[in-house]
Design a protein. Sequence first.
Length: 576
Amino acid sequence: MEISRNERTKRGIEDKVVGQSLLKKYQSDVESFDVDEVRLLAEQGDLKAQFQLGDAFWQGFGVEINYEKAFYWLNKAAQGNYLDALTSLALMYEFGQFVEKDEKRASELYFDASQQGSDWALAQLADMYIDGRGVRKDMPYGLGLLNQLAQGEYHEALLYLGEFYDDGRDGAPNYEKAAEYYERSRAAGSNIAATHLAFLKYYEHLGPVDIEDVIVLFEENLPDRTSRAALGLGHIYFDGVDAPRDYEKALEYYELAASWGSRYAYLRIGSMFEGGHGVAQNYAKAAEYYQSAIKSGYAVASADIAYLYERGFGFEEDLLKAKELYETANGVGSSFAAFRLGLLYYYGSGVEPDYPKALGYFLSAARDGNDAAYPYLGLTYHYGYGVTPDPFEARYWYERAIKAGSDFVKIDLAFLLEDGLGGSLDLQRAEQLYKDASSEDPDALYHLARIADAADTEGKQTSKHLTAYLEAAKKGSNRAKLKLAVVYIYGEGELRNLKKAESLLLELAEANWTDAYVYLGVLNDEMIYDRKGTQQEAVKWLSKAADNGNRFAAERLALKYKNGYQVEASKTKFVH
């Protein structure tokens, strides 16, 4: 029997056996050197030795990674204008590794290095001009420098041109063009271009995934200690989408990436311990890895520790500490931190509720691509939380939220579509959204019943509508319970059933529904005559509704007090 390509791929991957620890295998390939001898030369002022020692502490060559010592020795060598030290120090400043991030200082160091003939430094500087990082933004000038270097097939310039089109920095991404530059960079000797190409293919930017090809590309860069290659392989085995999930392999590759200086790898390992993926769940261990990421200069990881404090995972719940850590991470661009800060102010968790602040954080998170903020932006603009209600903005964010998988706002979008707010009226799509949401939200069933009921202007299918309301109520819809209570209060003939109405309203009162308080007040005031104390009950329920801001209840209560508890029965049904 012919085996499908996918099955052959999976079997091939399962047959791959790593004979020894990846860490041991690739770390053993690193050229060793006498650290003591190099240290002695460095202390005597040898610039090359100073660079080698700094680089060793930075990359973990023969010693444990120590960014403080790395910076010390690289800075000494850079003061002597040693080329490789200039570029390494520039990287530290550019990415804020151990030192405070300073892109202007980084650009100055790249310029100094380029004046000594470093094409690599010139390529970095060109990339900074494209984005305006540390220098004036001048995309044509930056691209001109890269294209000039690319004419000589310089691999770093080709790589950056690939990234330019990969990221879509001049508009929409052009993955085919990016792949062309990555292939040229790879052929020119880049030790990371294969990894860039692998990611393009893994995320299906160049068509269906050929996972064997992707793995080969990632493995091509492993001997060069390319941390992103190890990360990519970790992602493959962690995701388990195109290859069999193997948390043990994923962890091994993430550890390999961390040992090669990847700060993000610490975050991935921490998340494995936090979620118990292939390891025993251990929040303390997760926090250790997050701290390692922070120590290495990846302050974004503060958000992950903040989440542990917020939820009380491994620590005593401390919302103030969580807020402080989220603010730290938000300060360095964490969209997750911005989103969580938005939630704290939205719900008033550990802080005073502040909808305008929440809105600001949600917008910040959304601008950075955090789709978890989209539904909250929709709700904020729809219901006017801290802003003037704006149905157009609400519809925009609801649509983006649903496209990103946030189904819980489908009903809210349906409200706007049903009433034609923020755009054209679209009852057909509103009904479809209610249907889509009905398996998860019983209120959607209520809205479907309500629409069908409203369309039955002649009342020919009253029994069918009642059954639909009952089904929605049975599944937990409080809106349906309220509707049934109203039917039982004001219905005619067999539909009128005050006992059933009171039972449903008492159930809703337990859930603190203000409308239920109002109806219980009216019920006791006007309709229940076969027991004592109904007037006191009416006052009790109307008072609870008035305390919650219900104007009808407040006016009726005032009238009762004015007339000594006696009021005439209302001749029309009230609507709230």
